[in-house]
Design a protein around this ligand. Sequence first.
Ligand SMILES: *Cc1c(COP(=O)(O)O)cnc(C)c1O
Length: 391
Amino acid sequence: MIQPTEDGFYGEFGGAFVPEMLHANVEELRNNYKRILDSREFKEELGDLLKNYVGRPTPLYKASNLSAYFGANIYLKREDLNHTGAHKINNALGQILLARMMGKTHIIAETGAGQHGVAAATASALMGMPCKVFMGEIDIERQAPNVARMKMLGSEVIAATSGSKTLKDATNEAIRYWIGHPDTYYLIGSVVGPHPYPDLVARLQAVISKEIEEQLTHEVGVERPDYVVACVGGGSNAAGAFYHFIEDEQVKLVAVEAAGKGVESGESAATYQLGSLGIIHGNQTLVMQTGEGQIIEPYSISAGLDYPGIGPMLAHLLSTGRCEALSATDEEALQAALLLTQQEGIIPALESAHAIAALERLPLKPTDIVVVNLSGRGDKDLATYMKHFDL
Ligand SMILES: *Cc1c(COP(=O)(O)O)cnc(C)c1O
């Protein structure tokens, strides 16, 4: 099991870089999360919700047409079939149970594309907890359907109007609010943020690799996959898909970043390839930044991959060579989405299409077992598909 040090480091990445005023909050979470996650009460309640509310286990589907196309055995881990359409609900439900067991009664979250906002609003509705979602003013305009979902679910969407009016500004506002309201629970949506969030979210998403392992053993009859491939924004679906395979060096782990209009184009979100050591969202990791440490606004056609940092665990796995970084451009992701749709009848999220696009870059053999984590479904991306495919 991959574990950060006591103060939250994976190699040189991680830690908790928070204002003095937040130390007590972060410390409270750090002192409680492992005990609660390991308790029977938590496991039973989350297990029941994952099964009966989310619809887990998600299938491990052998994509025969895609397998013939790529010349290897391609299996899709169908996170797109989860309630709310992606893996983010696994984390949101886990954290809201944790919040309740810590005696918290109010939830705050921040969101860029709105997908984590929807997952947090869903979990909050289910638990009957009031939820405030901080979101950049520009993102509120760009992501109207998700804003409507959050409101319908009963959450309050609060516009961040400072700076570039996008995700990092929403994060700043959420943190500012948290300082003033230490009784609230801050529900972070990926393997980012100050320790213990990266470890907490990785543990909650690890259900993905746990199921893959069991399904390969019992349904496919193989001991391990040759490759596990996942797209990377902050890194939570990748962390979840890799988690139980990290110690098994025979399993190759492949993380696919969004190259946007090209890694060198100045418009991309390829953080591992372009980033340098810095501090973002309360942890030390690879960050897309200028020489002066100003965050560079990332770009990708897929809003969920549009993040200027990368979770510290992933940064560590990538820089030690345990995990390989590939990337796919907007155009490659669009073509891969069309390919999957027409070969298998599955319309993927644009984020997940990046993982499919990268298959072309792998030196696949006919005997290889390749698991692609299909992190989400494409309903939310239909307007983009309509525009680009002239539908
Ligand atoms: C949010 C999102 C991602 C990216 O986030 P990670 O934390 O890197 O997993 C990927 N796919 C989908 C469908 C998403 O909604």
